[in-house]
Write a protein that binds this ligand. Structure first.
Ligand code: SF4
Length: 244
């Protein structure tokens, strides 16, 4: 028999979930280091299939010498490669960073554009990357759906969907307006640190009361002694797979 999809949550439960996230972590932050819109864009492009910690390690040196499109172009593809070679897929990413820097100079006066269309026209920039930059730097209420958001959206019943785009559009519909700006960070941090892929830590989850996922993971024996018994949405820093 086909697996039944999680039922969508009623509005009051969605409100309660975001109220709980907001109470636990009022100003959630992304985990990629950057100093301006350009370096954020580059960091997000580099974070595909890589950890934020790994990206931050590499970009420390890269951004010290190239924090503008002009300086990045001056490094050349090889100079960029040299500085990011600890990151997976670094050759392709170096080409994209070089190419997007060139396009920013040629088409956008060296500024990062503030529209999805213009961002997605840059090499290496897809819908998810554009959403992260628009949300984090330009404070637009976008939601970038990565593997964590996709899982949380489906498991909880917040935004069931078969594709990342379906989950994104469903979230944009159901997340109450006051919570839209931070929804991306709350959900990504929740997926990284609490609602983990293999074993969600339901026993310390601040939204367990409204989540549709069953059976919930019980508190492991010895959690108290190990100091894990705090109900928390997520620590502020960490190193799971990237995406802002
Ligand atoms: S209760 Fe469990 S499955 Fe539901 S959101 Fe929390 S950690 Fe995830």
């Amino acid at each position: 028999m086909a697996k039944t999809r999680t039922r969508r949550l009623p509005r009051q439960d969605v409100e309660a979930i975001f109220g709980a996230f907001a109470a636990a972590n009022p100003e959630p932050k992304g985990e990629l280091d950057y100093v301006n819109a350009f370096t954020l864009l580059v960091a997000v492009v580099l974070s595909a299939q890589a950890t934020d910690l790994g990206v931050n390690k590499a970009t420390r040196g890269l951004f010290a010498v190239a924090d503008t499109p002009e300086k990045m172009v001056a490094l050349g593809v090889e100079g960029i490669e040299e500085r990011i070679k600890t990151i997976g897929l670094f050759r392709g990413k170096a080409r994209n960073v070089f190419g997007l820097s060139q396009l920013l100079i040629e088409r956008h006066g060296s500024e990062v554009p503030q529209t999805r269309e213009a961002l997605e026209a840059l090499p290496g920039v897809g819908r998810k990357t554009a959403n992260v930059v628009l949300n984090i730097f330009f404070k637009q209420p976008t939601i970038a759906v990565d593997t964590h958001l996709f899982r949380v959206g489906n498991r909880t019943g917040l935004a069931p969907g078969k594709t990342p785009l379906e989950v994104e559009l469903a979230l944009l519909k159901v997340v109450p307006e006051p919570y839209l700006l931070h929804a991306h960070h709350w959900l990504i941090l929740h997926g990284r640190y609490v609602c983990k892929a293999r074993k969600p830590e339901c026993w310390r989850c601040v939204i367990a009361e409204w989540c549709r996922f069953e059976p919930k993971t019980p508190e492991p024996k010895g959690a108290l002694e190990a100091g894990h018994a705090v109900r928390s949405p997520a620590p502020l820093r960490g190193g799971d797979r990237g995406g802002g």
